[in-house]
Unconditional design. Structure first.
Ligand code: PEP
Length: 252
C-alpha cells in the first residue's frame, strides 16, 4: 500500500526563531490527528535543519533537505553533501525542484548524479519534475515529464525505487495561485504510473507515492488528494502557515 504524504517545502524562508515557532505549532496540531499510513515532512533551509531535527525529535514530523551536492566532499564552496545531511539525521532530500532547475542550472544530467549520490548514502528522495506552461500549450507536457523521469531515474534498479517519492509539479502552478485541476493532476499521475509500469513492473508503479505540487491550499487540497493516483502534496506557500499546513494534512 502506498504512503500518503504531505511535504512542506519552506524554500528560503524562516530564521531559527520562526522555524521553532512554526514547527511547535504544527506539532501541536498533529498530535491530535491520526496519521495512519500518512507521513508529514518539512523541508527547511540548511541553516535550520539542526533546529528542525531537535524540535521534531519526539514528533511525527520528518525533516528533509531542499537540495544537496552530488560530491562526497571537497572544494565546492557553499555546498552541502549527503553525508553532512545524514550526520544531522536528515534522511530525505528534495531533488529536481523547478526552482533548482530554472535558477541553478540543474539539468537532467546533474540531477541523475545527485540521485545516485543520495541513494549511495541510503537517503530517500522526493524527486520533482513538471512542465512549463509553454510545454502544456504545445501539448508537449506528457513527453516532457516522461523525459525528466526517464533521464533522472530510469537508470536505477527496481530495488532503488523504495527510496523514491515522485512529485509532479507543473511549473505554471507553482507559487502562482493557479492550480492544475484535480483532473489534470490525475491524468498526469496516471500517465506517470503507466510509464513506470512499462519501464519496470505494474507492482512498482502501483506502490510508488506520487505527490502533486502547485498552489495546493486548504481550499483545494481535499479535491486534489481525492484523485486515485494522487498520494498527497508537496506544498510551498501554504506550508509556511501552521493552520494552512495542518488543514492540508487533515485533507489527506
Ligand atoms: C513548491 O514550490 O514546491 C510549491 C508547490 O509551491 P506552492 O505550493 O507555493 O505553489
Amino acid at each position: 500500500m502506498r504512503k500518503q504524504i504531505v511535504a512542506g517545502n519552506w524554500k528560503m524562508n524562516n530564521d531559527v526563531k520562526e522555524t521553532k515557532s512554526l514547527l511547535k505549532n504544527i506539532n501541536k496540531g498533529i498530535k491530535k490527528m491520526s496519521l495512519k499510513n500518512k507521513k508529514v515532512i518539512v523541508a527547511p533551509s540548511f541553516t535550520n535543519l539542526n533546529t528542525a531535527i531537535s524540535v521534531t525529535k519526539n514528533s511525527k514530523i520528518k525533516v528533509a533537505a531542499q537540495n544537496m551536492n552530488a560530491a562526497k566532499n571537497g572544494a565546492f564552496t557553499g555546498e552541502v553533501s549527503a553525508n553532512m545531511l545524514k550526520s544531522l539525521k536528515v534522511k530525505t532530500v528534495i531533488l529536481g525542484h523547478s526552482e533548482r532547475r530554472a535558477y541553478f542550472g540543474e539539468n537532467d544530467a546533474v540531477l541523475k548524479e545527485k540521485v545516485d549520490s543520495a541513494l549511495a548514502q541510503n537517503m530517500k528522495i522526493i524527486f520533482c519534475f513538471g512542465e512549463e506552461l509553454s510545454d502544456r500549450k504545445d501539448n508537449n507536457h506528457f513527453k516532457l515529464v516522461e523525459s525528466q523521469i526517464k533521464n533522472g531515474l530510469f537508470h536505477l534498479p527496481e530495488s532503488a525505487w523504495k527510496r523514491i517519492v515522485l512529485a509532479y509539479e507543473p511549473v505554471w502552478a507553482i507559487g502562482t495561485g493557479e492550480t492544475a485541476s484535480p483532473e489534470q493532476a490525475q491524468e498526469m499521475h496516471a500517465f506517470i504510473r503507466k510509464t513506470l509500469s512499462e519501464q519496470y513492473t505494474p507492482e512498482l508503479a502501483e506502490n510508488i507515492s506520487i505527490l502533486y505540487g502547485g498552489s495546493v491550499k486548504p481550499a483545494n487540497a481535499k479535491e486534489i488528494f481525492s484523485k486515485a493516483d494522487v498520494d498527497g502534496g508537496l506544498i510551498g506557500g501554504a506550508a509556511l502557515k501552521a493552520d494552512d499546513f495542518l488543514a492540508i494534512i487533515a485533507a489527506l
